[in-house]
Design a protein around this ligand. Structure first.
Ligand code: ADP
Length: 471
């Protein structure tokens, strides 16, 4: 763990094993921290807050840019660390490091633009000043699918705003998180400003929820745990941002450019082996073009290479664990039992210790199949058809989730109409890869609260103070 600028162990000396999903071998152990370590981290972050928040935005920005430079210089090593603990192909892992780092550089600048306001007063001898201040200590709880980016997307704006942070990375991927925190220390970010606690999620989470010094919880993960944290945050009325599950529809209209649509769905569906919250989950293709779409899609998917992410030319790595493989298998079994046909893939890849699954395309899919409502979080692409615009919008919106949706059409009217009616926080219009540091990322409905990225993302770490001046 990394607390108060030092690598520390936990009191009980218990550990958690980190497993490489490509080989099923233990590659490291990290301390199994709990309440004691969680509290120590908040002690450190709380003590560091005064000095860190007193620095100018420019000073904080300069330190963040040093951190950015060190991450950039170490991106090969960070990428390898990520591939061996998470599984994604090395090029994709280095891509994630670049993406993660873009939040640091972007917020290093944005911190300088946390502008206040003056408002015309109601009395000649009064003035109204609106001032912005950091919320204080923030707690970030992050998932395993983006071991670097989910941390920097939270910690980047938090630090830029003057907050200090305690972070609990997912137990499957703590190594990238610890390395990032060490690089922050090397960059000169003072001790206590970023702390990483590994271990028992429940104990650490509960400790931070109960601690009134923690003023904000920011979480990316399952809707189930998001709800637990939202309830828990009520006792001390903490601010909360949640980036939860999704079930993204991908709509291909009859006038779509099929090449673009197939490329878009490949990127959106199979990135990170289908393990992202904005990955396509349901593909709706207009019935008049479904045969042509399926042929191109099946061909493109059949050429994707699955393997160890460290090997040359691999497009898709292993899934994170056995449970992930089982979920994909069950979703396929359910769909086939209800009439779906397998166009491509469909099975676990045998003969390896790793958690490999073939990228899979299902046709003749109907809305009663489990994969059309529950997040598969794996390389499964179910294709269904539709007849009219109204029908596809209604079916796309028929979900408790509302994170990302995709629409492919060459018709500007349809593009605008459909984008506006989709009940989703992010719409990729002829674009399968919408995430960037400067844009707001977040969901409607049970996909979350708040936004990360862009100027919206820094507001999550700011309190607004109204100063009424009489003279
Ligand atoms: P996933 O299915 O992606 O693992 P989770 O929501 O279970 O999603 O995990 C996301 C993060 O939340 C991880 O860091 C995990 O350790 C943490 N977590 C899980 N349970 C709790 C809990 N009860 N309190 C706080 N954090 C938790």
């Amino acid at each position: 763990m990394y607390i108060n600028g030092e690598q520390v162990d936990c009191e009980t000396k218990e550990t958690i094993e980190v497993v490489n999903p490509a080989t099923n071998k233990v590659i490291a152990t990290v301390p199994k921290g709990g309440k004691i370590e969680a509290k120590k981290a908040v002690d450190a972050a709380h003590a560091a807050f005064k000095e860190w928040s007193s620095k100018t935005a420019n000073e904080r920005g300069q330190l963040l840019m040093k951190w950015f430079q060190l991450i950039d210089e170490n991106k090969e090593e960070l990428g390898r660390l990520m591939t061996v603990e998470q599984g994604k192909p090395l090029a994709e892992a280095i891509g994630e490091i670049n993406y993660a780092n873009s939040f640091i550089s972007w917020y290093a600048e944005e911190g300088k633009r946390i502008y206040g306001e003056t408002i015309p007063a109601s009395h000649p001898n009064k003035r109204i000043l609106v001032h912005k201040q950091p919320v204080g200590v923030i707690a970030a709880i992050t998932p395993w699918n983006f071991p670097a980016a989910m941390i920097t997307r939270k910690v980047g704006p938090a630090l830029a705003a003057g907050c200090t942070a305690v972070v609990k990375p997912a137990s499957q991927t703590p190594l990238t998180a610890i390395k990032l925190a060490e690089l922050a220390g090397e960059a000169g970010i003072p001790k206590g400003v970023i702390n990483v606690v590994t271990g028992n999620a429940r104990a650490i989470g509960d400790s931070w929820l109960e601690d009134s010094r923690v003023r904000k919880i920011t979480f990316t993960g399952s809707t189930e745990i998001g709800k637990v944290l939202m309830k828990g945050a009520a006792d001390t009325v903490k601010k909360i941002s949640l980036e939860l599950g999704g079930h993204a529809p991908f709509i291909v209209m009859d006038d779509a450019d099929l090449e673009k649509a197939v490329q878009g769905v490949i990127g959106s569906k199979f990135r990170n082996a289908g393990q992202t919250c904005i990955c396509t989950n349901r593909i709706y293709v207009h019935e008049s073009i479904v045969d042509a779409f399926n042929e191109k899609f099946q061909q493109a998917v059949s050429s994707l290479k699955v393997g160890n992410g460290l090997d040359e030319g691999v497009d898709i790595g292993p899934l994170i664990d056995e449970a992930a493989l089982l979920k994909v298998t069950e979703h396929i079994k359910d769909a086939v039992s209800k009439g779906a046909t397998i166009l491509q893939g469909g099975s676990r890849i045998q003969g390896s210790e790793g958690y490999y699954f073939e990228p899979t395309v299902l046709a003749n899919v109907s809305d009663d199949m489990v994969c059309m409502a529950e997040e598969t979080f794996g390389p499964l692409a179910p294709v269904t058809t539709f007849k009219t615009e109204e029908e596809v919008i209604a079916r796309a919106n028929n979900s408790q989730y509302g994170l990302a949706a995709y629409v492919f059409t060459e018709n500007i009217g349809k593009a605008i109409r459909i984008s506006e009616q989709l009940e989703y926080g992010i719409v990729g219009l002829n674009d399968g890869l919408p995430s960037v540091a400067q844009a707001p990322f977040g969901g409607f409905k049970e996909s979350g609260l708040g936004r990360e990225g862009g100027h919206y993302g820094i507001d999550e770490y700011i309190e607004v103070k109204y100063i009424s001046i009489a003279f």
